[in-house]
Design a binder for this molecule. Structure first.
Ligand SMILES: Cc1cc2nc3c(=O)[nH]c(=O)nc-3n(C[C@H](O)[C@H](O)[C@H](O)COP(=O)(O)OP(=O)(O)OC[C@H]3O[C@@H](n4cnc5c(N)ncnc54)[C@H](O)[C@@H]3O)c2cc1C
Length: 233
């Protein structure tokens, strides 16, 4: 399905990422959580990028979040204001929540987008499945959707968030976890869950590393689902 839709909100998420909300066209359906082609008018012409939805099908609007760069599409994305129109083509993909299983979500940076939508889906459907999000970012200020994740954690006793920071200065006030995602952290995330599905999302290196750690722990391939944000240079 291809449709034009109005932007209803646009704001900076972190110093290096930005989010927009757009109207959801009547009849537009998606699974939690697929991706769309998002077509924007840029100074160098019309361009379409694949973008995961950051919303849940239970929500009345669509949301996208992008890590910014100097590319024309990203500059156009960050410059959108309410009332602007974008073209949406979708939804596509097989990165879809199995709502009958417990879940471990593993996000690298802006790879949080579809995983946030999945967590929202579990909350909105009052699922009795348990889920844990491992969210890796470089620094505290780069944690996208931090308040929204905390709000979902507060409202869903079966959902837990573990942040880890890889480049936060030692002198900062961060008292949470530091370092890259490792086997011990994945073990801790899975504690108390029953045969969970793992959902990995982010750049290729993060997905490959987390997938390797899971394989080494004996997690079966059919328990691992992933979305690679190809296109980052
Ligand atoms: C299924 C899927 C879902 C994704 N979801 C997200 C998401 O939710 N958030 C997010 O930030 N990113 C997402 N991405 C990645 C996104 O599509 C971009 O590739 C990425 O953000 C890098 O864009 P950039 O312009 O900043 O890259 P740069 O490294 O700055 O790219 C420089 C140049 O490369 C070219 N280029 C880069 N990417 C693309 C592309 N995808 N299509 C055409 N030309 C391109 C352009 O010419 C651009 O000017 C997703 C990718 C896939 C495959």
């Amino acid at each position: 399905m291809i449709f034009r839709s109005k932007v209803i909100a646009s704001r900076r998420l972190t110093p290096s990422s930005h989010m927009i909300r757009v109207e959801r066209a009547e009849g537009f359906r998606y699974e939690p959580v697929q991706f769309c082609g998002l077509e924007l008018a840029t100074p160098s012409g019309v361009e379409e990028y694949p973008m995961s939805l950051a919303s849940s099908p239970t929500q009345a609007y669509l949301e996208f979040g992008a890590r910014l760069s100097g590319s024309p599409w990203k500059r156009a994305f960050a410059g959108l204001v309410p009332g602007d129109e974008v073209e949406i083509d979708g939804a596509y993909g097989h990165f879809i929540l199995d709502a009958d299983r417990d879940a471990v979500f593993v996000a690298g940076g802006i790879g949080i987008t579809p995983l946030k939508g999945m967590a929202r889906y579990l909350l909105d459907t009052r699922s009795d499945r348990r889920s844990v999000l491992v969210d890796s970012n470089q620094s505290e200020e780069e944690i996208a959707y931090r308040a929204e994740l905390a709000e979902m954690e507060g409202r869903n006793p079966r959902f837990r968030v573990i942040h880890t920071l890889t480049r936060e200065p030692e002198s900062s006030g961060w008292t949470g976890r530091r370092g890259r995602i490792d086997g011990a952290l994945l073990d801790e995330a899975a504690e108390g869950l029953t045969d969970p599905m793992y959902y990995l999302c982010g750049r290729g290196a993060l997905v490959a590393d987390a997938g390797g750690l899971l394989a080494a722990r004996g997690v079966r391939p059919d328990r691992i689902s992933f979305e690679v944000f190809r296109g980052y240079h």
